[in-house]
Design a protein around this ligand. Structure first.
Ligand SMILES: [Zn+2]
Length: 442
């Protein structure tokens, strides 16, 4: 029997957790509205390091009508918040005597709340176990530098991003085994990707030019034949429009390529012309390569998790525009609907320009476009960063709960499947919980 893509998606979703099933099936509230999923991104510090602190955090989630908590389990500095048997050297010192994940799963499930574990996928840090043990797995710029040398706003970047492409490397030797360990060791409801991309927020066109990628970028696009005669096949101009002569796939690398150094190779990949006299279009293949590396990882994570437990959902925090983030970050998430169960775009105010009302207008528009980009094939929860809303209030306090309510309503106007809130920002945390107790009450 032939089933449609939508039916296939729905068959998979029927095995998922309660909140998503409700969203997918469009369960109605007594008021006749479709019930939306409520989720929060939470930091390990929110849950604390005692049984009592985890219990109290879960009770707060329950009072705020939260269906799913997305709890940080791997930090941007590489620290882990679970008792990893395969990577004990990466466990955060504060969590060596307390398995936060095991406690959160037990307490969350006692209260009917889904527990999803949030991994900051590709960043590590100078002192992290992965980088100390495997410095060659890190991404390199055309100058051979690490990402922690990059500036971002008025500070240094600090994160050392690992190369997603290298095999064997960080992806298949560190990250995927961690994901498998979580899926097989805990009764979790989901694995959540974050930082599932290149570091395009700081340096969109500078990574990765490690030795592996310098070989693989041209190979990925077959810019150079590996079989046949050694002399390079130059382009033959037989069609009137110059760019139409690409089709016979001549050798598009220049003579002497093998002798180029890292900077020269990177310059050619970014600024070269595939056809002599044509436009400087070589960088198309650089962007396509990066998109393929991230998509491959997303697919592999799905395959490995579903093999262990098909009920575990995969979700992802993604930048607001998948077409642009494909170009700048290698994150073309509109292509991931086969391997992501729930999308959580970070529609944070700091990712938009303008005043608060402009943000609200754009929040509705971008959420509607995100549902179009994913063709409604998988649930999508609009992500809002709560303390980010209070740009005008700054540090002065008086954070009106009304602004959070207006932002949630602006996202709701596009009819997403749910709302996910980034709860960080202790200044507004108390406002957040009390506001949610009323906003999410029905
Ligand atoms: Zn690389």
């Amino acid at each position: 029997m032939q089933i449609t893509r939508r039916e296939a998606a729905s068959a998979v979703t029927s095995a998922l957790g309660l909140a998503q099933v409700r969203a997918q099936q469009g369960e109605r509230t007594p008021a006749g509205r479709r019930r939306e999923t409520h989720a929060v991104w939470a930091s390990a510090s929110d849950a604390g390091t005692t049984v009592e602190s985890v219990r109290s955090f879960v009770a707060q989630l329950k009072r705020a009508h939260i269906h799913a908590v997305v709890m940080n389990a791997k930090e941007t500095n590489g620290s882990l918040y679970w008792h990893s048997k395969r990577f004990p050297q990466a466990i955060s010192p504060r969590h060596r005597d307390f398995d936060m994940v095991a406690n959160l799963v037990r307490e969350g499930h006692d209260q009917g709340i889904e527990v999803h574990l949030w991994l900051c996928d590709f960043p590590e840090s100078q002192n992290s176990a992965a980088f100390r043990e495997h410095p060659a797995w890190a991404q390199l710029s055309p100058e051979g530098k690490l990402t922690n040398t990059e500036p971002l706003f008025n500070r240094q970047y600090n994160s050392i991003w690992m190369c997603p492409a290298q095999r064997p490397g960080y992806t298949d030797q560190w990250l995927l085994p961690m994901i498998e360990e979580l899926a097989s060791s805990y009764a979790i409801d989901g694995i959540h990707h974050d930082y599932v991309r290149y570091c395009g927020d700081a340096a969109p066109d500078s990574y990765c030019f490690c030795d592996y990628c310098l070989k693989q970028i041209p190979r990925h696009a077959l810019l150079h034949w590996e079989t046949g005669p050694n002399e390079r096949q130059r382009v033959e101009i037989v069609r009137p429009r110059l760019e139409a002569n690409w089709e016979a796939t001549p050798d598009m690398l220049p003579a002497g390529w093998e002798q180029y150094d890292r900077r020269e190779k990177a310059d050619l990949i970014l600024n070269g012309r595939t056809l002599p006299g044509g436009p400087p279009d070589m960088r198309y293949f650089f962007y396509d390569y990066r998109v393929d590396q991230i998509t491959r990882f997303v697919r592999e994570a799905w395959d490995r998790v579903k093999r262990i437990n098909p009920r575990i959902q995969l979700s992802a925090a993604v930048f607001k525009n998948p077409i642009q983030s494909g170009r700048y970050l290698g994150q073309k998430w509109s292509d991931w609907t086969s391997w992501i169960d729930v999308f959580m775009p970070m529609n944070y105010r700091s990712h938009f320009l303008g005043d608060f009302q402009t943000y609200l207008d754009h929040l509705t528009e971008i959420t509607a476009r995100q549902l179009e980009w994913t063709r409604h094939e998988k649930p999508l929860c609009a992500g809002i960063f709560t303390s980010d809303l209070y740009k005008e209030e700054g540090q002065s306090g008086g954070y009106p709960p009304e602004k959070l309510k207006r932002a949630i309503d602006a996202a709701r106007a596009a009819k997403p499947d749910g709302i996910v809130l980034f709860s960080a920002g202790s200044l507004t945390r108390q406002n957040l919980w009390t506001t949610l107790e009323s906003v999410f009450a029905d």
